[in-house]
Ligand binder design. Structure first.
Ligand code: NAD
Length: 481
């Protein structure tokens, strides 16, 4: 049994009321650890520690904060294999994905914001006719809350805490209770790095207990949240009467528009990734595939053939393409969508079944699944499934493709495959999405604004947008003679 503890005031400690929840290994469907189910008392202790630390941390020089973050990133690098193994075991994702994406990106997040803060600046406005100058101070907010989901655990956890800390805030953070392990390893790293007590507090537990206590705490002035749209809505409702600053990164149902003039081979291999990477559990996965009529049949044949070749198996095996889904509950939810497909006039073209992996019979495995739909209005195309399930459907004209792409409550990302520059310009203007990828997918530059439109969220993370979120602007106006 691996016991995870809270990290408060630079100490690893058990939850005050000694309440625990099970931590599962999804590849085996077995409990392998216990994590605290913290409550208001633990959050209160963390807030007290953060409050004490804030005057000191917010007054350290930018260089000192930057160096501390770099040190933390380097310590993760030194323990790279341990982090990779822990992420794969906790989440069920292929070890190769944790190795190539999750942990390297967590390290990059921390290094990026360690450097970004040294370049962060504010504006000044001179009004000669009134003999005055305005300038903007950007002050850390104080104590901020960071709440992250289970799909990219350390990747998204560090994406929030790194800019928060770089900007001089003290943090009370909660990773998903479904994947708490790498955040716990990070707390050990912070102790080793000598991060001052109370600057970062990592508290574990369920959303409705620990998460709720963080959102409700009156001294936590801003909440950066990534997770489901429904949870985001609840958090917004809780936080609004306290006028907390909110950044909400929520669900998606992203369109993938494939035109006949695209680079077909590149499109096919990237579309396979954008459909099934991380078992389709990436908010940016292109789960609605629309294909121009003239290449639809060819695409259908080739895509199905490639999908069927993907190997579902033990995440620790380097040849595995898809590991386990994150939990039994999530597997049940995704599977229900597949079972309901025939009721929506939809046809399962590939996959659709649970998989029994030899030696891991109780794991949460599902075949990569391709479903042909005949309307964008069906639940399969309108609701976020968040698993290895994509729909495909032909379109006749660019206008029709655009209308279907936008006809959904979400607006996180969109992908377009075409070699026509004019079409690229038209669609990137018209698509209702926070990110539009053209002839690429999940190609991320950390300086860019990241986030969604519509029900996919409020606000933007990344680059200076994240530092803007984690600071309070103060305008100073001086008149001179
Ligand atoms: P979730 O909303 O269930 O949980 C996310 C986090 O919120 C967890 O830490 C959870 O414990 C916490 N939480 C739950 N209820 C809470 C409450 N009442 N108060 C405070 N915190 C609470 O989401 P999930 O199932 O962990 O993650 C999957 C979802 O995340 C998907 O919808 C996916 O699209 C979304 N996601 C979005 C992005 C993005 O950048 N837009 C990135 C990754 C995942």
């Amino acid at each position: 049994m691996q016991i995870i503890q809270n990290y408060i005031n630079n100490q690893l400690q058990n939850p005050i009321d000694n309440q625990w929840i099970d931590n599962y290994n999804p590849s085996k469907g077995e409990v392998y650890g216990k994590i605290p189910n913290s409550n208001q008392k633990d959050v209160e202790q963390a807030v007290k520690a953060a409050k004490k630390a804030f005057p000191i941390w917010s007054n350290t020089s930018i260089e000192e904060r930057s160096e501390m973050l770099i040190k933390i990133a380097q310590l993760i690098e030194q323990n790279f294999d341990e982090f990779v193994k822990a992420e794969s075991q906790d989440n069920g994702k292929p070890i190769t994905l944790a190795q190539k994406v999750d942990i390297p990106r967590a390290i990059s997040n921390i290094k990026f914001f360690a450097k970004a803060i040294t370049q962060y600046n504010s504006k000044s406005h001179e009004s000669v006719h009134t003999n005055s100058i305005n300038y903007t101070l950007r002050k850390p907010i104080g104590i901020v809350g960071c709440i992250s989901p289970w799909n990219l655990p350390l990747y998204l956890f560090t994406w929030k805490i790194a800019p928060a800390l770089a900007a001089g805030n003290c943090v009370v953070a909660k990773p998903s209770e479904v994947t708490p392990m790498t955040a716990y390893l990070l707390s050990k790293i912070c102790i080793e790095a000598g991060l001052p007590a109370g600057v970062l507090n990592i508290i574990h537990g369920l959303g409705q207990t620990t998460g709720q206590a963080i959102v409700e705490h009156p001294q936590i002035k801003a909440i950066s949240f990534t997770g489901g749209t429904k949870t985001g809505e609840h958090i917004a409702r809780t936080a609004a009467p306290m006028f907390k600053k909110l950044s909400l990164e929520l669900g998606g149902k992203n369109p993938n528009l494939i035109f006949a003039d695209c680079d077909y081979e590149k499109m096919l291999s990237v579309t396979l990734k954008s459909s099934f990477a991380n078992q389709g559990q990436i908010c940016l996965c292109g789960s609605r595939i629309f294909v121009e009529e003239s290449i639809y049949e060819k695409f259908k044949t080739d895509f199905i053939e490639r999908t069927k070749k993907l190997k579902v198996g033990n995440p620790a095996d380097e040849n595995t393409n898809l590991g386990a889904l994150v939990s039994q509950q999530h597997l049940d939810k995704v599977y229900e969508y597949i079972q309901n497909a025939p009721n929506q006039n939809a046809k399962i073209l590939a996959g659709g079944n649970k998989v029994k992996v030899a030696g891991f019979e109780n794991g949460y495995y599902l075949e990569p699944t391709v479903i042909e739909v005949n309307s964008n209005r069906c639940a399969l195309n309108q609701e976020e499934i968040f698993g290895p399930v994509v729909t495909i459907m032909p379109f006749k004209t660019e206008k029709e493709a655009l209308e279907m792409a936008n006809d959904v409550r979400y607006g996180l990302s969109a992908t377009v495959w075409t070699s026509d520059l004019n079409r690229t310009m038209r669609l990137s203007n018209e698509l209702e999405a926070g990110i539009v990828w053209v002839n690429t997918w999940l190609n991320r530059d950390l300086r860019t604004p990241f986030g969604g439109m519509k029900d996919s969220g409020v606000g933007r993370e990344g680059g200076f947008d994240a530092l803007n979120f984690f600071t309070e602007p103060k305008n100073v106006c001086i008149q001179y003679d």
